[in-house]
Design a protein around this ligand. Structure first.
Ligand SMILES: [Zn+2]
Length: 276
């Protein structure tokens, strides 16, 4: 898995996701205004097309706080404490939140608790599922196959439950994403029972829900139910370019579901590093 193919997927899914996860009327209406409360984009990746200076400038221009994410684990830049410390220290001089987006369950064993506590937040999604025979499989690529949708949903829910009950995270990213072949069944597959279960588990460990700008997820019903349950939300573009801090769907959801400042996630007070 690499970030390049994920980026391609994201572009393709923008169209599919928009058509599937939101009412058609969305496109006939004017854009929702920026909410009156302070807004943050907690899902920004630095890349060759987005330097930290550019991200900060975009945030300033759009009046949006920026939260930077980087992936830890095999195949990524952050593998151990030394890498993590370098990443955190490198971002410290900038007016951004510093986060981590682990990909593989069990990731936190590679890092010491003290260092993880220096992060503002950890966001994790459930899009890299364990294979029954070992290893991992990403469910976001456009060519993901689903033979039996109920069997898939059973495994997917089990993995979501594992993440929400065992992973040390603050935000659940890409909530209710479905692989492309079954994305049109969103309303049918995300039963009340499944939605309630996710909300219940997130509430039990005070895990916030990401409203994902790229995927246009989760839908209005989910956001409303999560709000009623007292969950907090983040907005995220999952961007690696000038789309950082640019919101359309998130503002739409904020307006439709009546989100207020009290509904928004606030990172915990960060531990200062021992050495500085
Ligand atoms: Zn991401």
């Amino acid at each position: 898995m690499n970030t390049c193919s994920r980026r391609n997927f994201v572009h393709t899914s923008l169209v599919a996701g928009a058509a599937l996860a939101t009412p058609k009327s969305l496109f006939g209406t004017t854009a929702a205004p920026k909410p009156s409360f302070p807004v943050a984009d907690y899902h920004v990746h630095l890349s060759p097309t987005l330097s930290i200076e550019q991200a900060v400038a975009l945030g300033k221009e759009r009046g949006v706080q920026i939260g930077i994410l980087e992936h830890p684990g095999p195949g990524y830049k952050i593998q151990d404490d030394a890498d993590l410390k370098k990443y955190i220290d490198g971002l410290r001089p900038y007016p951004v939140r510093i986060g981590l987006q682990p990909v593989y369950a069990g990731w936190s064993k590679s890092f010491s608790r003290n260092l993880l506590d220096e992060l503002d937040y950890v966001l994790m999604d459930a899009l890299t599922m364990p294979r029954p025979d070992g290893g991992w499989v990403a469910i976001w690529p456009i060519d993901t196959m689903v033979d039996d949708e109920e069997e898939f949903m059973g495994r997917y829910m089990k993995f979501i439950e594992q993440i929400l009950t065992t992973e040390p995270i603050d935000v659940f990213g890409w909530p209710t994403f479905l692989p492309v072949p079954i994305a049109r069944q969103y309303k049918r597959l995300w039963t009340h029972e499944r939605v309630d279960r996710i909300i219940e588990l997130a509430r039990a460990r005070t895990i916030a829900i990401e409203i994902n700008e790229v995927a246009h997820l989760p839908d209005e019903d989910f956001v409303s139910a999560a709000k009623r349950a007292g969950l907090k939300f983040t907005f995220g573009t999952d961007s690696r370019n000038q789309n950082a801090a640019h919101f359309y769907y998130c503002y739409q959801m904020a307006q439709k579901c009546g989100l207020t400042q009290a509904d928004m996630f606030v990172p915990k007070a960060r531990k200062q590093s021992a050495g500085s």
